[in-house]
Design a protein around this ligand. Structure first.
Ligand code: ADP
Ligand code: ADP
Length: 226
């Protein structure tokens, strides 16, 4: 079973702009996959469609074998998303932010508390659970974004430009964490316009440009071509 499969996915925005012109993409279970492309290529639109934040104009999306149109709840349960921008409530407490997300995914209360503890410990934020998130450092906020995305144990984690605007120390520790998570079995898909990030982390890569996939290959083969 594929972790993700897109067939001829198209997006025309309300202003008539054709952002995706028929995207075909397959990501194997257990893979570490990069969607690479310049700004404006269509990466965020693609991620938006997969995560149901953007409505597609046409095409088919399957997540862990669940069709996004026919089994949206099952499909969404398989996914965790780390958006590009920090978007949690800065006045809410760290633990509560994670619990809210568990609620959104329908995780039962007691299980949610247990998972909240697990993910906050995993990301070294457990000591901060009662602090309002505004007080966290930049690196801690990034870790909170990841903890929140993992609370319902998704099989696939999607990160949109995970280290954009992040300093090098935080970037390296995020990379280390993602490698470990992937080794433990989570499929990871990230978007980046930053080749080094894809090169350091990913086994497979698709290159998107002007709303089309122009290359889909192993990282090894891509590097051999450069
Ligand atoms: P959807 O089809 O997913 O609901 P819309 O087409 O309604 O998305 O777009 C959301 C809003 O973003 C619209 O009001 C649109 O005008 C606005 N928008 C227009 N151009 C851009 C752009 N280049 N980047 C981001 N947002 C834009
Ligand atoms: P990337 O993530 O690769 O930078 P995006 O998916 O954000 O690219 O954007 C792809 C193209 O679609 C860009 O040209 C962008 O301006 C346009 N776009 C994005 N959102 C909207 C919107 N809501 N309405 C109209 N155009 C949009």
């Amino acid at each position: 079973m594929k972790a993700l499969r897109l067939q001829d996915v198209r997006k025309v925005y309300d202003n008539g702009f054709e952002a995706l012109k028929g995207i075909d993409l397959e990501v194997e279970t257990g893979d570490f996959f990069a969607l690479l492309g310049p700004n404006g290529a269509g990466k965020s639109t693609t991620i938006g469609i997969v995560t149901s934040l953007v409505t597609k104009t046409a095409g088919k999306v399957e997540i862990c074998g669940h069709d996004l149109d026919r089994e949206p709840d099952a499909a969404k349960r398989c996914l965790g998303l780390v958006p590009q921008e920090i978007n949690f409530n800065q006045f809410e407490k760290v633990g509560q932010i994670v619990l809210n997300q568990a609620g959104y995914h329908g995780v039962p209360r007691r299980q949610a508390r247990r998972r909240m503890e697990e993910v906050l410990k995993q990301l070294e934020l457990w000591d901060r659970r009662d602090e309002v998130s505004r007080r966290l450092s930049g690196g801690m906020k990034r870790r909170l974004m990841i903890a929140r995305a993992l609370v319902h144990c998704p099989r696939v984690l999607i990160l949109d430009e995970p280290t954009a605007g992040v300093d090098i120390e935080i970037r390296y520790s995020m990379w280390e964490f993602l490698r470990r998570l992937n080794r433990e079995g989570t499929t990871i898909i990230l978007t980046t316009h930053y080749l080094e990030e894809a090169e350091r982390l990913c086994r497979h890569v698709a290159i998107i440009d002007h709303g089309r996939i122009v290359e889909s290959t192993s990282m090894k083969r891509l590097l051999a071509q450069l």
